[in-house]
Design a protein around this ligand. Structure first.
Ligand SMILES: [Zn+2]
Length: 298
């Protein structure tokens, strides 16, 4: 993909290379009780995160991603520039789409960190959690090593694969602004675990769809401005490999050796790619209603 002439976002906070003392980095202490459980629930259903670290239950089973090795920043900091460029493009695309509907878009913040970093309202983001969006902070947390991990461990490298991940997180912010996140959160509290997981799959597939919508308009915008496509040959295949590598079925196969459909919270690789492609081909936000389609036809 061509990304170098995309506008850089001013909403990316670079915390890479900052060390967090391990003494202070004990599991999250939110004000306790209810607050902790709410944050845990949000982490559990919105993101692919095992919240046990938050509730301090002592369970350390099946973390989503292994802890990556530390990585030194390259001198020209291509990765830092890349994150700012994709985020800038997401902001531009979503601002325009919101404006067309008469809404004002409020951009999310991005915290780009390495190793571990403190969350605003207490708690710690750790690289093994992978990138995630925290609705309460309207912030995307991205660790530097996740993309390297995608490349080396999941064989799903490539700039467009990484852009897909960033635009998926930016899409969670769009869902939050539109009220979907809150609706799912409220509904989840009233239904069984497996029904709740289905709601999460719907939310995740919608985020993939919205990531596709971003790619549609970002490509169009660049073509209009420079005469060249943002998307290059092989980019969709990169996204496909990423979806295959980080879909729930793939993650479960690699961590458990089998697939348990009820516990899916992101959708299968095939579903993720199909919804991304639908957004990319149509660019029509109205076609992304993953909540009213029967679950077995998602
Ligand atoms: Zn997601």
């Amino acid at each position: 993909m061509k990304w170098k002439n995309l506008r850089r976002s001013g909403n990316v906070e670079d915390r890479r290379g900052r060390r967090m003392s391990t003494k202070r980095a004990k599991p999250i202490v939110v004000s306790g009780g209810c607050g902790t459980i709410i944050v845990a629930l949000v982490l559990m259903f919105v993101f692919r995160v095992d919240p046990s670290f938050l509730l301090n239950t002592g369970s350390t089973s099946t973390p989503s991603l292994p802890t990556p090795e530390p990585q030194t920043q390259s001198a020209n900091d291509e990765l830092g520039e890349f994150v700012k460029a994709i985020k800038g493009s997401c902001e531009d695309v979503w601002s325009k789409i919101f404006a067309r509907q008469g809404y004002k878009y409020r951009p999310a913040r991005v915290v780009h960190y390495s190793g571990a970093t403190r969350l605003k309202r207490g708690g710690v983001a750790h690289a093994r959690m992978g990138p995630f969006y925290l609705p309460a902070e309207e912030t995307i947390y991205i660790d530097t090593d996740f993309f390297r991990l995608m490349k080396q461990q999941y064989r799903a490298g490539g700039d467009f694969a990484y852009a897909y991940v960033i635009s998926h997180e930016a899409a969670h912010h769009v869902q939050n602004l539109l009220g979907y996140t809150n609706q799912v959160f409220k509904k989840r509290a009233r239904v069984s675990e497996s029904e709740g997981n289905k709601l999460s799959v719907r939310l995740e597939l919608q985020a993939d769809f919205l990531a596709g919508v971003w790619a549609h308009y970002a490509d169009k915008e660049m073509r209009g401005r420079t005469g060249q496509h943002m998307m290059e040959e092989g980019d969709i295949q990169e996204a496909m490999r990423a979806a295959q590598a980080i879909g729930d079925d793939a993650l479960q196969r690699s961590s458990q050796g089998y697939v348990v459909e009820d516990s899916f919270t992101h959708g299968t690789s095939e579903q993720r790619l199909r919804w991304f492609m639908k957004g990319f081909k149509t660019g029509d936000v109205k076609q992304g209603d993953t909540f009213s389609i029967p679950y077995n036809r998602l």
